[in-house]
Ligand binder design. Structure first.
Ligand code: ADP
Length: 270
């Protein structure tokens, strides 16, 4: 039998009176589910033909020297656009998986220390000629209860965005700190910044602060939507601080209950 979804609102008046309003949102919920399934299925179906196209294009690119210049340009453009589409489809599939909460995130422990190190390594490669200066500050070495793959997607999206939206020689600081409220992963850059009017909508799919600025960044427009849903799955939330021209800071907040002491490595075999 299908579930019924109710939205319940309780208002208190004085000491004793309460007004309880129950709204049947089953239809809305089903529609949302259908949308998610549809996007997930379409992306899956598109992946196979696209893989075939990309495969052939790759072969053509490898033999580009043998082709007339006019064709060479066309083929290079096609290859670049098809890898852009592949990135988009990969992100759509990832987002629909994360949104449906298919995998439970509570069975695993993630070594945030190691994760940040890997991501930083990849980010330096991406930074390339822009030669950003990276600073990593890890103040807590406990583990985080959560899914490593999802967390990797979220954190790497933030760090790669910092690389994309920070001009050459800028600074990128990644820090992992804890306090009484919980654990916080901050990615801070000295990049182009974001106009505050855009901040509330940045985590919407395909929302871009200023489309003209992003033509060449190669993003899919889904990065921050992925970050938001990963954090939701981990009872966390995203805070965005930014000033145009000065830089941005994206902070992932996690509740302290998710921190787990590291068990000292077994010495039984020594
Ligand atoms: P995209 O693939 O366009 O980067 P995202 O969802 O990752 O998509 O980000 C959404 C928008 O947020 C970007 O298009 C950009 O306008 C803005 N943005 C994200 N990160 C930064 C950053 N570090 N500095 C400036 N703008 C950013």
């Amino acid at each position: 039998k299908p579930h019924i979804h109710l939205q319940i609102q309780i208002s208190l008046f004085g000491d004793d009176d309460r007004l309880i309003v129950a709204k049947d949102v089953t239809r809305l919920y089903q529609l949302e589910q259908m949308r998610r399934d549809f996007v997930g299925n379409v992306s899956h179906e598109m992946r196979t033909p696209l893989t075939v196209i990309s495969g052939y294009l790759e072969t053509l690119v490898d033999h580009a020297d043998e082709l007339p210049p006019k064709w060479r340009r066309a083929i290079n453009t096609m290859a670049a656009q098809s890898s852009r589409m592949e990135a988009l489809i990969t992100d759509l599939i990832l987002l629909s998986r994360i949104e449906t909460g298919e995998q439970t995130v509570d069975d695993a422990l993630t070594d945030v220390d190691a994760l940040i190190e890997q991501i930083c390594h990849d980010a330096k490669a991406l930074s390339g000629e822009k030669q950003h200066e990276f600073t990593v500050d890890i103040a807590d070495h406990r583990l985080l209860r959560g899914d490593e793959n999802q967390l990797r997607s979220a954190f790497s999206n933030l760090v790669f965005n910092a690389v994309k939206y920070t001009p050459a020689h800028g600074h990128i600081t990644i820090s992992w700190t804890t306090n009484r409220e919980g654990a916080h992963l901050s990615v801070k850059d000295t990049g182009i910044g974001i106009d505050p009017v855009h901040i509330p909508r940045l985590t919407e799919r395909f929302y871009r602060a200023d489309p003209s600025r992003h033509k060449d960044t190669g993003g899919t427009g889904l990065g921050l939507a992925i970050v938001k849903h990963v954090l939701l799955n981990h009872d966390g939330n995203l805070e965005i601080r930014s000033r145009i021209g000065e830089g941005s800071e994206f902070i992932c907040h996690f509740p302290r209950e998710r921190l787990v002491e590291r068990v000292p490595e077994s010495t039984a075999n020594d």
